[in-house]
Design a protein around this ligand. Structure first.
Ligand code: GFP
Ligand code: GFP
Length: 834
């Protein structure tokens, strides 16, 4: 790199190349400089918000140097890069992460203290970057951390939403959605006004034949919207590698507004055009695993993939290689079906714009893409209506028809005259109106399809994608079990535990190789170690108890068992079963004499999570949790024996506080519905135990940590279909304990019963699709086992230590290495001089 800097600039360049602050004085100087110049304030009126801004800017300066060097290193190496296309990146806060990954949090802590600030308060000032709904978006964020930490040449591509996932307020027990305007001051992004792409929508296609008899299609007319790049540096842990997340923002292409309209007095419309363009990247769609087929969402998808592909192709062209080398230089991962249009767009670029033959182009396309599926719920699989496609992306629809034709011809050759097979696998669903099935397109357009946990990857092969296994053979389908980054989810979220672990493993290397956690198992009988282990959990619970008091006014006893379920609210995740179980516990306590009650294990049931705004049942669940809390928390008979807490506005930074404070967490989805889960991994890594069903990654967690360290219950995935069949065609009765719970609700114990009847009748009258009643008895029994196990505090600590020691497998580093080897065929880029 150095050699490429022209002589006149080299000296200045070299002087500028120190990354990291020499010491706390160097850090302070930078903070003061940013306060006084960038922020144009004075140190005498520097509040915590200003201190946060200046501190972030100081670290950003450091990151940018490394970012530049990393980008240059990757450009010079000219080796294969991977592009992770995700409509969601649930990043959370950046400052703490940057300080820890660079390894200068101590310097910042000391420097801020000298300037009169507590680092924790400064970190708290940052607004979460909440560009995601839940697991899928947070997985993408963990992947970026691992890709950078492992020195892979990798970029993320996403949308820069003006509004991330809504902020949740709880008012009178109900969820109220408030817009999340997070961009007021965001030091972590760089606008690149020089990196823009014009994106076309609507219009029509003309075809002509050239001199060689080849048909040339041209997409004309319609409207143009401009995509502007915003870059977010992604620091690797303990490596100078700093990768890029490029987010696209939409802008009217014609500049500020249409001057013709303006001059003719039509000011309103000229502004309206501009607003219409900006709407594309305005909001993240809240997801409830139900595909709603909104035009704006399809516009978002095309806008984002077209801009990203333009950028990827432009970068590829810089190296002047032959097109057939494209898949040797570029791997693109489709995070769910949201970016599937990229398959069609690349084919369009190659055929229409670059003049490649169909076959040659299609070969390149299919060798470039990989597709990750995150759900087997059929209602969540994306479909777009053909008329909508025809209107918005007329050329893409033609290409989809051609892709489908060639694909179906190949199926016909393999399964002659099997028309039902053709209809089942077709990319086009012959419904009214016809629909484009995006998952089918993603499978046909990719060389590998993966699920996110073993059970899930098996299920996609035997259920939703069964026919494709027959068509393509089993090798195309693979599994990569999800993982989490131990940097954020242990080191950052639970610094004391991280420190205790490193004191026993001898270094912080376990943060780079999580299997080193195994070493702590040697200390599981060490008294001092165990004592500190338990103290750390207690301290984390005290911290959460303070937050609960501050935000809900409820006092909770940190010695009680903290039982946590935090995740998106969805019937398949079964928060309703949890709250029914809480009601059962309450009724049991009420039926006991004060003496008998004393024998009960005190519990705090903690819930958190957002309901999609249009998901009525999920909102009812939130309301019931709050209604139960209002009664139980004020019942003098109950006192500390049971508290029910709903924590408002669950997000990444709250997760960092809640997860380390959990004794028990609930991962209780109906077997076969949760693809993997990743919070289950976070909880165990922080020394909490799990109550869970045999679903998703719970199964692999059990295999790693041992059956004695997890509380499993409920029906198995393989039996779910039969049970459902029986609900519909046989006889079924609701579990007697659950009947009592329903009676209490219907009697008005928790307020107006009508408010909760939807939840009851889903179980009692509408076939209990999620098997709440079938699993209830075993759930309650297993909770009793939990109580018993918790009373044996020594035994509990042993389980906790053993579990953490055996969690090495669940690092997102392992996961990324599997993708790199099995799907992307890419190697880390050596970082010299470090
Ligand atoms: C180019 C250069 C990089 C530079 C970036 C900044 O990258 O060195 O850091 O632009 O946007 F090569 P490409 O996007 O062209 O890869
Ligand atoms: C989805 C699946 C989860 C899975 C994540 C990441 O999460 O089981 O762990 O994706 O693969 F449902 P949500 O976005 O639906 O929370």
């Amino acid at each position: 790199v150095e050699a490429s800097i022209p002589e006149p600039q080299r000296k200045a360049w070299l002087a500028h190349q120190t990354s990291g602050f020499k010491d706390k004085d160097g850090f302070e100087t930078e903070v003061v400089r940013h306060v006084e110049t960038t922020l144009a304030r004075s140190m005498y009126n520097c509040d915590e918000q200003a201190a946060y801004s200046a501190c972030s800017l100081a670290f950003r300066d450091r990151l940018i140097l490394e970012w530049n060097r990393t980008q240059q290193r990757q450009t010079f190496a000219d080796s294969k890069r991977v592009y992770y296309l995700s409509l969601e990146f649930l990043m959370g806060r950046a400052l703490d992460n940057a300080m820890l990954n660079i390894g200068q949090k101590d310097v910042a802590k000391a420097g801020l203290a000298e300037l009169g600030f507590r680092i924790e308060d400064v970190i708290e000032q940052e607004h979460d970057a909440a560009l995601g709904n839940g697991g899928l978006g947070r997985l993408a964020a963990c992947f970026l951390d691992s890709l950078a930490s492992l020195n892979y040449s990798a970029w993320g591509y996403g949308l820069r939403y003006r509004y991330g996932i809504f902020k949740q307020e709880i008012i009178d027990g109900y969820q109220v959605e408030v817009p999340d305007y997070w961009l007021d001051f965001n030091p972590w992004e760089f606008p690149r006004h020089d990196v823009t792409v014009d994106i076309q929508f609507y219009g029509h296609v003309t075809k002509r034949t050239d001199d060689n008899g080849k048909t040339i299609a041209t997409w004309e007319g319609g409207e143009i919207v401009k995509a502007v790049a915003y870059d977010v540096p992604i620091p690797g842990y303990a490596t100078p590698s700093t990768n890029n997340l490029r987010l696209w923002s939409s802008k009217a292409a014609s500049g500020e507004f249409d001057f013709q309209k303006f001059n003719s007095g039509d000011y309103e419309n000229s502004v309206a055009d501009q607003q219409r363009a900006e709407t594309i990247s305005a909001v993240l769609y809240p997801n409830d695993n139900l595909d709603r087929g909104k035009e704006l969402r399809l516009k978002q998808q095309y806008f984002w993939v077209a801009a990203s592909l333009y950028d990827i192709v432009r970068r590829f062209k810089k190296s002047r290689r032959a097109w057939k080398e494209f898949p040797d230089q570029v791997a693109i991962q489709l995070n769910d079906t949201h970016p599937t249009l990229a398959v069609v767009e690349l084919q369009r670029i190659l055929v229409d714009l670059e003049g490649l033959d169909w076959e040659e182009a299609w070969n390149i396309v299919t060798n470039t893409f990989g597709y990750t599926n995150h759900t087997v719920l059929p209602e969540a699989l994306e479909k777009w209506s053909v008329p909508l496609f025809q209107h918005l992306l007329p050329r893409h629809l033609q290409l989809i028809y051609d892709i489908n034709l060639f694909f179906l011809q190949s199926v016909e050759r393999k399964f002659p005259k099997d028309r039902e097979m053709l209809a089942r696998v077709s990319i086009i669903e012959e419904s009214q109106p016809k629909m484009v099935r995006m998952a089918h397109l993603a499978i046909v357009g990719s060389h590998k399809v993966n699920g996110v946990a073993e059970l899930h990857s098996d299920l996609i092969k035997t259920t939703i994608f069964k026919d494709f296994v027959e068509v393509f053979g089993p090798d195309k389908f693979t599994n990569v079990t999800n993982g989490i980054t131990p940097r954020r989810w242990l080191h950052q979220a639970n610094p004391r535990l991280s420190e205790l672990i490193s004191s026993k493993t001898g270094s912080q290397n376990f943060l780079k190789d999580l299997t080193e956690l195994a070493k702590i198992e040697h200390y599981k009988d060490d008294k001092a170690f165990r004592k500190e282990w338990a103290e750390i959990k207690y301290a984390n619970k005290v911290r959460l108890a303070k937050h609960i008091k501050k935000t809900t006014g409820v006092d909770v006893n940190p010695s009680a068992l903290f039982d946590v379920q935090v995740k998106r609210i969805h019937e398949y995740k079964r928060q309703q079963m949890n709250i029914f179980g809480v009601i059962h516990r309450y009724l049991t306590l009420k039926s006991l004499s004060p003496e008998e009650r004393k024998k009960f294990q005190p519990r705090v049931s903690i819930f958190g999570g957002k309901a999609a705004p249009g998901y009525w049942m999920a909102k009812q669940i939130i309301h019931l949790i709050n209604a139960v809390g209002a009664v139980v928390n004020n019942d003098k008979d109950i006192g500390d024996l049971l508290k029910v807490i709903f924590l408002e506005d669950y997000n990444v930074s709250k997760a960092e506080m809640i997860i380390p404070a959990s004794d028990l967490s609930e991962h209780i989805s109906t077997a076969g519905t949760e693809a993997s889960g990743t919070s289950n991994m976070k909880f165990v890594l922080n020394g909490g135990l799990i109550i869970g069903t045999c679903d998703g990654a719970n199964i692999e967690i059990t295999r790693e940590i041992g059956e004695q360290n997890i509380f499993l219950f409920g029906n198995l995935a393989e039996d779910v279909e039969d049970i459902r069949h029986n609900h519909t065609y046989g006889s079924y009765t609701v579990d007697p304990d659950l009947v009592k719970v329903f009676e209490a609700i219907e009697k008005g114990t928790f307020g107006e019963p009508n408010d909760f009847m939807g939840m009851i009748s889903a179980v009692r009258d509408h076939g209990d699709f999620y098997l709440v009643s079938d699993d209830f008895h075993s759930y309650i029994e297993t909770q009793e086992l939990v109580d018993k196990a918790y009373r044996d505090q020594e035994g509990w600590v042993t389980k906790s230590i053993e579990s953490v020691a055996r969690m090495g497998f669940f690092s997102s580093d392992r996961c990324i290495n599997e993708y790199a080897e099995g799907i992307w065929n890419i190697e880390p880029l050596a970082v010299k001089d470090q």
